[in-house]
Design a protein around this ligand. Sequence first.
Ligand SMILES: C[S@@+](CC[C@H](N)C(=O)[O-])C[C@H]1O[C@@H](n2cnc3c(N)ncnc32)[C@H](O)[C@@H]1O
Length: 222
Amino acid sequence: MHTPYKRLENFNFEGRVVVELGCGPLLGWGPMAIFLGADKFIYEEPWLKRDVLFTDEIRELYLRPLFDELTANFGARQTFEIFLEKVLNSGSMPSTEDDRVDIIISNSTLEHIPKEDLSILLLKYRQLCSEEAVYLHAVDFSDHQSREKGFGDMYEGPNRPRHGLNFLRKPDLEDVIRESGFSNYSSMVYRSSSASPSHPDWDCYEIADLEARVVLFIGSIS
Ligand SMILES: C[S@@+](CC[C@H](N)C(=O)[O-])C[C@H]1O[C@@H](n2cnc3c(N)ncnc32)[C@H](O)[C@@H]1O
């Protein structure tokens, strides 16, 4: 909200087709995007089970309280029934050949996808982007294990993907994003932790890049 990014307005969900990569089992940003007027929500999520999403329990214990919370925050915009229908109509693929993607978001997902698969995934959505498309990827570079939310012994060993993490660092992700056809306006370091690498595999990185723990990658297609 506080960057002077000239495309900041494009993150407004109203009338946009929104994609979330790795939204998790409950559609992540989807319900909020829909509540705030997104035309369509598309997700890419191997763990999402539609038969679970469609249950009475998810409707009453998750979607209805979330709808009430969104209404309390943003005002009444639609009935719960219309909201629910749109949420349940979210798709895992663009539904028509004319579908264009306007906003791509992810939260703590890109660090979990192997580099080759990540390039394929980003390229797939790059090809669907409208001229105004923007993206925001929040990436957690920590070891996902240490209580203190740092890097644990990550930098004491070789740079080899493990624990479900691809071990890409900030500059590597910038490369993957650019090579997939996106331009990167900013890699905003939101949280840092100290790092003192002892394995030579990490020598090619700046220390600030190894200490970047949560980074917001923001940009567009040009
Ligand atoms: C740490 S979870 C984050 C979930 C959610 N975004 C959140 O913030 O709670 C990582 C997510 O990435 C998803 N994921 C893993 N591989 C993926 C892939 N190849 N494409 C899309 N999502 C993937 C996982 O299924 C999981 O839901």
